[in-house]
Design a protein around this ligand. Structure first.
Ligand code: ARG
Length: 601
């Protein structure tokens, strides 16, 4: 799709080519240093060299030759040493940018570069019978943002929750419930109870009888019991299946409430169990291809495999000597299934950093078997979460953070901040809106904390910073949006509608010539590029940075220039349009990251 800045670039390059002095492949433009008054620059070194000339001279000659009509997007053309600098035509630029926003509304910033391509984003993927730990929390938030961004780029998106619902440990889970009974209740507490029973059984199995009321059972017997339940589950024994299904449903139910609060939606939740019957062909294939070998004890191993970059990978198992398959095997089966079923151009795995090797192995094996040839398999991994003072979170230390509790905590803290603002007379929220705002701000703070910087970096749960109304935080961005809405409400004397640009008085964008106005316009014009780059690099922070810069430029504009009390009605109308376009763009950016944008705060 072509937005205003794309047109600006395109027009310059076309004009350069037309001079006949620069071949098309040398018209690449770059952004000049911020200290310069120009918007794009052409470095003339290579073209001059090719012609055996001097770059500064070429720049000067080009500056003298290039002509743009007064209504073009390109304004000044100036030589500066070996560079040729281009400046936007301020008068035309404003109208073009506002025109883009008016035309796109909630789709302003979207693109069609992913059209007719399918992308599968696999995220959250918690384990059944356990609470989601911090790794799953980050995966859930990052994955949803990536999905939103890729959908905005026109990809056909499929979101998949790859539940950890298969494996040996469920035998122990079932054995523990047969022995101690099924836990009552629901919510994270019920999952915690299932975890507790599992651990209690495990301790007994290892002979660590912590609970005094646990009779001293034969450890071997407990071990056999767990193993046999695991086997029964694989063979479809009704009791085993019923208890397993109960654990799966319970886990999904608990998680679904959190997903709803976060605005997370899955097209499917094919857990590992879904692929359990697809692993045998993978093993056969790998054996037939000579990539895997069966060892004397019966286990199937993959040795001497290298990844895409030629790095040799450590040996791994596809099948245990008892015939059981592994996480690894199921992931290769998953790659094959997805390829057959969806022919995706890209499959993204949003999974913690610790599984990096696992994915390199799974991807390498799938590729070695000739699968996913036309599919980009991407592991988007991320850093861990630390407590406020940078202390690591751990179950053993008892400071582990679980999703439901985290969201409750965030809402409670946000509510306190909002009530404090109301108390200080800084906002006049009607009481019936307090809950919704506390939820938007609290959950927004958690979401934004995961996305505002490169996801590979670690994050801290620093509530003070996360909930501050200043700085690079969700409340600051949300507040800027709400402030735009409040200006529009006052000017239009009515509530804002879904289309924030609707019902504005007629305006002349030509009037927006102040540097602060132009700076806001340029930020608005950069949204489409931010979305593209975020999608191509799987990096939501690019949109976060765009949001933060836009909010800051808007603050500068609003501090220095009057909107409602502008010198003339014409100027007032033009500035109102700028406010509306800022609001619409901010809302689009916030939504891409999965943040709510309340109109009052
Ligand atoms: N359930 C796994 C875990 O919690 C994450 C699954 C990641 N996805 C995958 N295809 N292996 O560690």
């Amino acid at each position: 799709m072509q937005y205003t800045l794309d047109r600006f670039t395109h027009d310059i390059r076309a004009a350069l080519e037309q001079t006949g002095r620069i071949p098309a492949d040398l018209t690449e433009l770059s952004e000049p240093k911020a200290s310069l008054q120009a918007d794009l620059a052409l470095a003339c070194f290579r073209a001059a060299k090719a012609q055996g000339g001097n770059p500064a001279k070429l720049a000067q000659e080009l500056a003298a030759t290039l002509q743009f009509p007064p209504d073009a997007l390109v304004g000044k053309v100036e030589a500066s040493g070996p560079f040729l600098n281009f400046t936007l035509n301020a008068g035309q630029f404003g109208g073009a940018v506002l025109g883009d926003v008016i035309h796109g509304v909630e789709h302003y910033g979207d693109d069609d570069l992913g059209a007719s391509k399918t992308v599968i984003v696999e995220y959250s993927s918690p384990n059944v019978a356990k609470r989601m730990h911090v790794g799953h929390i980050r995966s859930t938030i990052i994955g949803q943002a990536l999905l939103n961004i890729l959908a905005a780029l026109g990809y056909h998106t499929i979101s998949d929750n790859h539940l950890g619902d298969w494996g040996k440990q469920f035998g122990t889970n079932i054995a523990s419930m047969i022995r101690f009974g099924r836990p009552e209740g629901n919510g994270e507490a019920a999952l915690a109870e299932i975890e507790r029973l599992y651990q209690r059984y495990n301790r007994m199995m290892k002979g660590e009888n912590a609970d005094t009321d646990d009779e001293a059972d034969d450890e071997q017997m407990l071990d056999d019991e767990a193993r046999s339940w695991s086997l029964k589950l694989e063979q479809g024994d009704p009791t085993a299946r019923e208890l397993w299904q109960w654990m799966c449903d319970m886990t999904l139910r608990v998680n679904q409430r959190n997903y709803d609060r976060l605005g997370v939606h899955f097209d499917m939740a094919h857990g590992e169990s879904f692929y359990r019957d697809m692993t045998a062909p993978v093993i056969e294939e790998a054996l037939a291809a000579g990539i895997a070998m069966r060892e004397p004890g019966g286990a199937v191993v993959v040795k001497d495999l290298s990844d895409e970059r030629g790095h040799e990978l450590p040996t791994f198992l596809l099948q245990r000597s008892d015939g059981g398959t592994l996480y690894q095997t199921r992931d290769v089966a998953t790659i094959e299934y997805r390829e057959r079923e969806y022919r995706p151009a890209i499959v993204i795995y949003v999974v913690e950093q610790r599984q990096e090797l696992h994915f390199r192995q799974a991807f390498a094996l799938a590729k070695a078997l000739g699968h996913a040839r036309d599919t980009q398999l991407v592991h988007v991994h991320f850093g861990t979460i630390f407590g406020a003072n940078g202390e690591p979170l751990s179950t053993r230390k008892g400071n582990m953070v679980y999703l439901e509790a985290l969201l409750n905590d965030a809402e409670a803290r946000a509510r306190a901040v909002v009530l404090e603002k109301i108390g200080a007379g800084k906002t006049e929220l009607p009481p019936e809106e307090i809950d919704a705002i506390a939820s938007a701000v609290g959950i927004g703070a958690v979401v934004y904390n995961d996305l505002y910087q490169d996801v590979r970096r670690n994050i801290t749960l620093d509530w003070e910073r996360m909930l501050a109304f200043e700085g690079n935080s969700a409340p600051y961005l949300q507040y800027t949006f709400a402030r735009c809405c409040s200006i529009l409400r006052e000017a239009l004397n009515r509530d804002t509608s879904a289309n924030l640009l609707e019902g504005l008085p007629p305006f002349e964008a030509m009037l927006l010539r102040e540097p602060q106005e132009q700076a806001v316009l340029k930020q608005i014009a950069r949204l489409p590029d931010a979305v593209r780059r975020a999608g191509q690099a799987f990096a939501p922070y690019i949109i976060a940075e765009w949001l933060y810069t836009t909010a800051r430029e808007f603050a500068r504009f609003y501090r220095d220039l009057s909107v409602l009390k502008a010198a003339t009605p014409e100027l007032r109308a033009a500035r109102l349009a700028l406010v509306a376009a800022t609001a619409q763009s901010l809302r689009n950016g916030l939504h891409l990251l999965g943040l709510a944008a309340p109109e009052r705060m």
